[in-house]
Ligand binder design. Sequence first.
Ligand code: EPZ
Length: 419
Amino acid sequence: MDKLKIVANGALNGEIVISGAKNAALPLMCAGLLSSGTLRLKNVPMLADVKTTQKLLQGMGARVLTDNISEFEINGSTVNNTCAPYDLVRTMRASILVLGPTLARFGKAQVSLPGGCAIGARPVDQHLKGLEAMGAEIVIEHGYVKASAPDGKLKGTRIHMDMVTVGGTENLLMAATLAEGTTILENCAVEPEIVDLAECLIKMGAKIQGVGTRTLTIEGVSELHGCEHSVIPDRIEAGTFLCAVAATGGKVLLRNAAPKTMEVVLDKLVQMGAVIEAGSDWISIDMQQRPKAIDLTVDVHPDFPTDMQAQFMAVNAIAEGESQITETIFENRFMHVPELNRMGANISVKGNTAMIVGVDKLSGANVMATDLRASASLIIAALVAEGETVINRIYHLDRGYENIEAKLGGVGAKIERIR
Ligand code: EPZ
């Protein structure tokens, strides 16, 4: 089982190229099921979850080619199996995103119910409620969602989601593109990854109004064609590296970034004392002081993203002053706290709020990664901890960060992968 060994090595300086967004690439790949044409995706990050999605689509009969660098070609004309099996879905919950496209195009779909994960129960009730509103008949048996559309077509309708859900919005948006009639999706998530998906669907021939707002109006069409689309830059990867510099100090330029998708994160870093500059596709951070502790409350986009909560907690752990971080999206997303405390942090948790008292220094230790973003927070802590840190179970990390040790090593971190 791979581990990361990290020894603090002072300030980070240099340039990092940001990869395409994992949370855009996964739904975009599933959108390839909607058409018999070829969807060409560029700037795709080569991550474990992307490879799992490739396997899932290939298992359904789609033709999926890749250069194993950053490009994919997905052709849905050969899909002959509408089942997404347990052994793949259990490794990646986002597999549920094949449900909407498959049901919409083929009139039936069987997808293993994604279980919960480390950070929460992660139900998909809104996905199912919306599809039923579009006429789908859904049965849950033997751990599978078995869905079928009477006479093979979903019907457009008005759907108001009970809470803002990224995956629910993506599944229902994709399903509605091929439904008969018009669908009005209300209370939508507006994350940049959803805007990216909608823009790609429009290039494939979908008729979507309201992109970027909480109400999407989709006029169903009979079929979609292929297109070429470049995945937006990963705002969470970029934010993670900015937090690393905020903790270690230094000056780093991020290329291929999308500052407009992460304004709240940049604002919070400025409040911590960072000097941030940004252009259309780059962000620079200059941190020449100990970070100042800041309070954070997570919320849906465009507010502070839950996927950046753990990383900011690592910076607050060594910041000047006390702070509070409140997690409002997931019920169990503080599993990095005990591991950070093992490194000398002073963090206590009450309900969904963590209270952090900044300490002058952390000490390196053997720690355990528990989920994707918790792994990233442990790396940030290790970059400033005295002595050596070994992070175990970094398969969590490989799901969402491409070549992270090479990227951090390139700006001066002493980080290596050990077997
Ligand atoms: C997406 O997960 C992201 N994953 C997550 O990123 C991200 O944390 C999350 O959105 C929130 O921004 C991908 O895009 C692949 P949700 P998703 O549906 O779609 C509840 C990372 O680290 N809910 O917006 O699963 C749910 O329990 C990952 O990159 C229901 O109750 O998130 C949660 O509390 C982690 N019923 C909240 O809504 C539903 O039907 C938000 O979930 C759906 C969701």
